[in-house]
Design a protein around this ligand. Sequence first.
Ligand code: SF4
Ligand code: SF4
Length: 275
Amino acid sequence: MATMITNDCINCGACEPECPNNAISQGDPVYVIDPLLCTECVGFHDYEACAAVCPVDCCVTDPNNIETEEALIARARTLHPETQFADNFESRFRKGQGKEGTEAPKKEAPARPAPSAAAPAAAASPEPAAFATPGYGEAEVNFVPLPDIDSWSISVRCFKCHKTHVESVRSFMIGNVIFCPHCNQSMVVRDNLNFHIRTLLKDSYDKWEREQTEFTDKTEKELAQFVERRAREAQAFEAHQQRELAKIREQLDAIGETYDAPGKPIRKGSRFGWG
Ligand code: SF4
Ligand code: SF4
């Protein structure tokens, strides 16, 4: 399977210089891999170099483009006729068995390029972005408080006068006698009624506490993952901007080096026609 880039790409550019086949380029809207140039790094590494550096894990195998190791090393040989590939060439199909048994580099945000000596001071050394403490508006959860377990009451219908009266759950103790306030009919609380009420309340309270704990744990875990992901994205984006800054500096330097100013004295032997 050739490697492909998904739409999760944040255009940080970290993968592009890692590709031994120059198969990666800036696309629209995200970076793309030319499947005719990608060898899944076969011949060079026993891992996919782009996937190894991608901060958002969006360099993935393309399930619609399955290729054998033989086809991939053949492509590498075609693309690099000057290179001698040993019989035990590096291959992700045989991790750790290549000539050097290389390991994928530890994934981290792309390195920040050194600023040009001539770059504007303020732009060349910006303050570190505040990605370590990103703002995150966490939704506030107002947990509904549970009433005291003994504060519940039950509406009881008298079997004699058929009128209802309200009794506290504390009245439903085994053997307790409850009198109807309308007709004075008595009712003895049997063990099955007491058991039914206590079990219902205990199970409900246990479930309430369990769900609240699970919800809190899940929220905290998701928040930690979000913060970690946001920090990686911010770091990668900062590195991308640093590269763009270096590119601008290089282009300006190139203009300054090659500009052939009219009227400038031409020094014999000077390549640039001035100086
Ligand atoms: S898998 Fe290797 S060859 Fe293919 S695009 Fe990524 S770095 Fe390039
Ligand atoms: S390393 Fe950066 S540019 Fe390359 S695929 Fe991943 S997010 Fe996109």
